[in-house]
Design a protein around this ligand. Sequence first.
Ligand SMILES: C[S@@+](CC[C@H](N)C(=O)[O-])C[C@H]1O[C@@H](n2cnc3c(N)ncnc32)[C@H](O)[C@@H]1O
Length: 279
Amino acid sequence: MTTPDIQLFDQRTPDERDRPFLPGMGRAWLLPLYDTVTRLAGVRAVYERTAALAGVAPGESVVDVGCGTGNLTFAVLAATPQARVTGLDPDGDALRRAAHKAHRRRVGLTLVQGYADRIPADDAALDHVISSLALHHADDDGRAGFARDALRALRPGGTVTVADFDSGPTQGATTAAPPAHTHRHGPGHVLRNLLRIVQPRRSRAPVVAHEQGDGLVALLTGAGFTDAREVAHLDHRFGRIAVVRATRPMDTMDSRNGDAVRGHASADREGEETPGHDS
Ligand SMILES: C[S@@+](CC[C@H](N)C(=O)[O-])C[C@H]1O[C@@H](n2cnc3c(N)ncnc32)[C@H](O)[C@@H]1O
C-alpha cells in the first residue's frame, strides 16, 4: 500500500508569527473538541453541500482557506479523490490534526500555516478557492484581503466558494462595501455554543435553500468578482450559513492603473516566499 503524500509548510513571515488569530473553538485548548462539536451539531451537511457546489473536477487545484482540521478539505477529497487540495490555516495544531486525519484516510494533501489574505499559490494558478466557517474568524481587513487574494490566485474562470455565517439579503442593500459580520466571538461565545450542542437536535434535518446573502456577496464583489451570488443557505442553530460562489472574470483588470490583477499582485509580493501548489 502506498503512503499518502502529506506535506506541512509554514509560510508565515516573522511578523506573521506574532499575528493573533481566533482558533476554531475560540480557545486553543478547546481544539480537541472541534470535530466532535461540529459532528454533533450537524455541520457535516455544510461541508458536503459546499464541496458539491464548488464543483471540483479531477486533477483541479484547490486551496481551502481557514481549513482548520480539514473538514471541508476531506469533503472535497471524498467527492473528488483526484483533486489537488491545499489547506491553509494559521493554527499549527489544527493543521497537525488535519495531517493525522489525512494519514488515517490515506489521502494526500498539502497543509500550509498562514493567513487568509496570503493564499499559497502563484498568480492565476488555482482552479478553486474554498472556505467554510472561517472568514468570520478574520477581521474586516483580513476578509477583504482574502477576497483580493482569491481573485489574484484564481485562474480566469476559476471559482471561489465560501460557506459562512451571513445575515442574508437586506432590502435595498448595496454591494459597495461588506457590512460588518454579526457572528462575533465575544466572551461566553464558546460556552454558549457548547451548551447549544448538548441540547436535543432539531427533529428536521438542516435545509439548504436558494437565496441571496449580501455580506459575502459584497465582500467578493468589492474585490472585483462580477458574478458573486448566494447559491444556497442553511438555517443552523448557530446562525444562518450562506454558501456564496463567484468566478474570476476572464479579463480582470485593476481599476486603479489598468494592469491585470495578476501583474499587480506579483509586484506587491516581490521577495516573499510562497509555497507553490505543486510542492
Ligand atoms: C470555525 S473554524 C473552521 C475550520 C474549518 N474550515 C471547518 O469548517 O471545520 C475557523 C478556522 O479559521 C481559522 N482562522 C482564524 N483566523 C484566520 C485567518 N486570519 N486566516 C485564515 N484562517 C483563520 C482558525 O484557525 C480556524 O481553524
